[in-house]
Unconditional design. Structure first.
Length: 406
């Protein structure tokens, strides 16, 4: 890279185009309340090594909690999390931090939970988040297991020792879903509604988190490090929040929301939408390169091979989206959802909605389980069952998935 690169500065200048957090006014207004609800509290964070989970932890550690337990299947991510928080300025280190590289659906997790709990605050960020995770019925089964079935198992465990606050992350793609990931998260939201009278529980629908682990912008940095070309759709627009803002959304929703509420960032369609290709070009120019647009993946790869230390251009391949489940724009709520746009400066709230009865959800789980246990099940069979129960699920099928391109 031609100069010292500051990712936070780049995100603020070119992606979110905000000098300060979208939620600064809310954090200032509710500071004392947040402090009172975190002081001397025990916290369990599941999926805490990912971008949003770790950002939530850093937002939480602005306040003096007592103990922090973090669970994630990514052992290396947990190691980096501890190094990160202990190397950061302005965070309150709790009396005890423990990290466990275990799956939250395993028996060992339940043993740990019962031995270390009860917890005052529990937040679950474990999720399949990629649209690319719907290649076939095997990948769909894994996604639904993680996003819905395991979430129910966790909720049943929490019923034995209810926390004061429980948060479970959702996605903007749950609003009028067009892909199985969004449909699985809509099922998760319905599950939350079914449990919201038993456990104080909130969730949030997200914008894209800029440069989050595994995201396309994060991939740009990986491609640059490996001297590989950038590839990006031209026609996909997304809302973005910074990693720091993603943690703040979850903190505010977790500690200030009423049970059953769904939070989302207040972003403007005309002002805040960005294409990935625009971010790619801004990134290259910020690093001192001029984008060199190629007409094919092959041309882009060949030009990347010839990059020298003094190259002033960098190969990019931009294309129209042609993969299943890709929505051309984002939305955070549907026409039939009741909104509260007044309580928070940077957040809107979907008030408690009439979710599906628990009996109906169990019926969905049984039907999906039967499909997954059949050797003749196809992806379209699973989509058909989801459509039957989620009437606004309008699946976009193009016969091509994201693993088939750069």
């Amino acid at each position: 890279m031609h100069k010292l690169f500051n990712l936070d500065r780049f995100i603020n200048k070119y992606v979110t185009e905000r000098d300060e957090s979208l939620f600064k006014a809310d954090l200032d207004k509710f500071h004392d309340t947040l402090s009172g609800r975190t002081e001397n509290r025990s916290v369990l964070v599941i999926g805490g090594a990912g971008t949003i989970g770790s950002s939530f932890i850093k937002a939480l550690l602005k306040f003096p909690i007592k103990t922090l337990v973090v669970v994630d299947i990514n052992e290396n991510g947990l190691t980096e999390l501890v190094r990160d928080v202990r190397s950061s300025v302005g965070l309150h280190m709790p009396e005890e931090i423990k990290t466990y590289p275990i799956n939250f659906s395993d028996l060992v997790f339940e043993k740990m939970f019962k031995a270390s709990g009860p917890f005052d605050i529990v937040a679950n960020f474990a999720a399949h988040k990629h649209v690319r995770s719907e290649k076939d019925h095997f990948s769909i089964e894994a996604m639904i297991q993680n996003n819905v079935v395991k979430a129910k198992k966790l909720l049943d465990l929490l019923l034995e020792h209810p926390p004061a606050h429980f948060f479970c992350v959702s996605t903007d793609k749950a609003a009028n879903p067009v892909n199985v990931m969004g449909a699985s998260k809509k099922l998760m939201e319905d599950l939350i509604m079914a449990y919201s009278q038993k456990i104080p529980i909130t969730t949030a629908r997200f914008a894209n988190v800029a440069f989050s682990n595994g995201s396309l912008p994060f991939g740009f940095l990986e491609r640059m490090a490996k001297r590989q070309p950038f590839a990006s759709p031209l026609d996909i627009k997304r809302y973005f929040v910074s990693p720091e803002e993603s943690g703040q959304i979850c903190l505010l929703a977790c500690l200030l929301g009423n049970s059953g509420e769904i939070f989302f960032p207040k972003l403007d369609y005309d002002k805040n939408m960005k294409t990935f290709s625009a971010i790619a070009e801004d990134l290259l120019r910020d690093l001192g390169f001029e984008p060199d647009r190629c007409d094919s993946e092959t041309e882009a790869r060949e030009k990347a091979q010839k990059l020298g230390e003094n190259s002033s251009t960098y190969p990019v391949y931009f294309f129209k989206s042609d993969t299943s489940g890709e929505k051309s724009f984002e939305e955070f709520f549907t026409d039939d959802e009741e909104l509260d746009m007044e309580s928070f400066s940077g957040l809107g709230v979907i008030k408690e909605t009439n979710g599906k009865p628990e009996e109906e959800l169990l019926q969905i789980f049984d039907e999906l389980d039967s499909l997954f246990n059949s050797s003749e099940t196809t992806k379209s069979d699973v989509v058909g069952v989801l459509k039957k129960y989620l009437h606004n699920f309008d699946h976009i099928e193009k016969g091509r998935n994201l693993d088939q391109g750069m």
